[in-house]
Design a protein. Sequence first.
Length: 724
Amino acid sequence: MKAIPVIDSSHLVALPNGEAILVGAPPEALKVLVLWEYPFPSTVVLPPDPLFAHGINQASFEFLLFNHMFRMNGLRDRRPFIVVCDPSQRQRVELLAHHTLRGPSEAEMAQFRTPASHRRQLAREGRVVSGEVSDLPLEQMIEVRCFERGRLELEGGVCLENLAGHGLRVSAGGEALTVPRSAQTRDQLPFYFADVETPVAGPRFGLQVIGSASGFSGAEWGSCFIIWINGQPLIVDGTPYLDDHLRRLGIEDDHILGYLITHNHEDHANAIGQLINRRPITLLTSGPVMASLIVRLSAILDCPEAEVRKLFRWVPLHPGLERFGEPLHWFGAEIRTWYSVHTIPTLGVDIAMEGKRVRLPGDTLWGRQLDPLLEQGVISQARYDLVQQAYEGADVIVADAGGGPIHPDPQEVRALLSRNGECRMMTTHIPESARELLPTADPGAHVVLIPREDRTPEEAMALFGSPILRNVPERWLLSLLYGGDVVTPGAEPLRPQPDGGALFVLAGSLSLQAADGAEYYPLQRGDLYHPNLTPELSQPRLVATAPWTRLLRIPPALYAAFLKDTEKAQDLERLFRTRRWWRSATGEELGLDSLVTLSQLCRERSFRSGSRVVSQGEPATHFYLVTEGEVEVVLEQPESERVIGTFGPGFSFGEIALLNEEVRTATVRAVLPSRVLELPARAFRRHLMEIPVARYRISSEAARRKAELGRAPAGEVEPPTLLS
């Protein structure tokens, strides 16, 4: 009897009777056993809590179970796979086993907004495709056994004993040895991955392979791909040690657009270390896939499902059964999904940008394998046609060709490839016998569909330093930078249209004008403009006022996705509603940084006709600027009141009391229904009055008004000058 180190503190104990026990079950343990031709275990001993340690799922027994059932004939011989754990772990391990073999229940799918018709169809297909596995009691396929008083007797006279310090003593045939039971280390990448000399510069649109193997292949990574969208990565599925892969590629966490999970088999959804990351992530998947993922994570982490759901942001995908589902617009790309035909709910994914298309049909029955389901009425003709056509009609297709009862026949995929010469096909899960038939998706391979245009440092600085884009995630800044086209305005005015996307000023400046050429206000370096931000201008024009002006034209879909994801729409609307009025108070167009700050600090208020905005003698708390309607300034006296003047949009007031730290010197009330900008005193002093031109003009105007109020007889005060 001997102990063989496998991976990540996992040891294989070879018993005298030819059987084997694996102590510890980290991901890819089976792959190492296949690679080195070690004995396959029929029993796994899980480590004590936590089942998730060192960034690795220590209860990853799914493919060890499948290997025992199908390759070691455990299912045929009715020899269940044995999982040994502590009594406190039993319920969690049984949940993992149930979801491994059965997938989510209809009730669990319903919790994640899955339509009833989808729940019923997916459950029916899963039962039919799983065959015998769906009918047998779980305990005939996997048996969960627990230590009692630190001991457990197995068949054949094998005894397992827990030792102090988390060691495990294995005794059999008069021999004994001790191995660690607790997870102690996390090794680096145990398999080969393509070396990268410089960080990857992602294209505007394309695909890169991290891994594409099945759970049974040795020395190859499970399915994981990068879809490059406007130069930033969307991770599709996952593989263990994913953080190591991304680090080698030079991909920063901050730049990842999200993680799209197609289904919960461990050679696809084995990125738990990334999902439980040092920062919250965005997860894209459907309700049924999410249902199983939450249960699995809850069991592994020993964390309530309600708490697990809070660990990341879920963006629901809405797949179809007989046609592509509702599209999701994501950082300028369009993602459409449908349900593949598999043992558990599985997504096919189609991602498109500017007429180019990448498709990952997912693990699915396909070709002749679908015929019996159609004949038996399990699937409709429309569903049959959708799945059969999923391997056609895209520029790049990542096709499963694993063979066997639940994967497409490599020969059929080869025949399709010969007919569909215009698309590039990359095959996954491919068995050794078919490697010469089909092009494989090798780790490190990449396809560029839309190249990325380089940007100058100055262009990048304009975007990253823009006050308008303050607090926008870096991944969005890069997506805008590489997702737009740089244009140089000519002598003729630009006439932006609502359906033409947005414009960002990279260099120079522009005059925003009305249809008749009257200037509204200038746009500066760092400005972002869309016609919807100035609805009062029916036909806006943009005229370059510097010969070196350069603009970044942001496509409509990318701009719409940016507003939705960053929730910047309200901030931009407020900025463009308020920015032109500050010129009325200062006589000059303020810098963009000041305009953004003031728009965030001020409040827009409405007043009915006759209502008071401020009252004479009260403490001064705000500075005001009229944007709509009409107000009157009234000097209240013991037995009468004197109307100093009536003023409309552009009139500012309240500065006298704020500057002199006095009470209000006059009352201001609305003559007509009016709207004003209200700036708190602290913001007035710390921001508006810190701008030299504003301080000069507002202080001068305050001194002039105060002097006139103190000496002029009734009806003879000159109205304050309005600066338009």
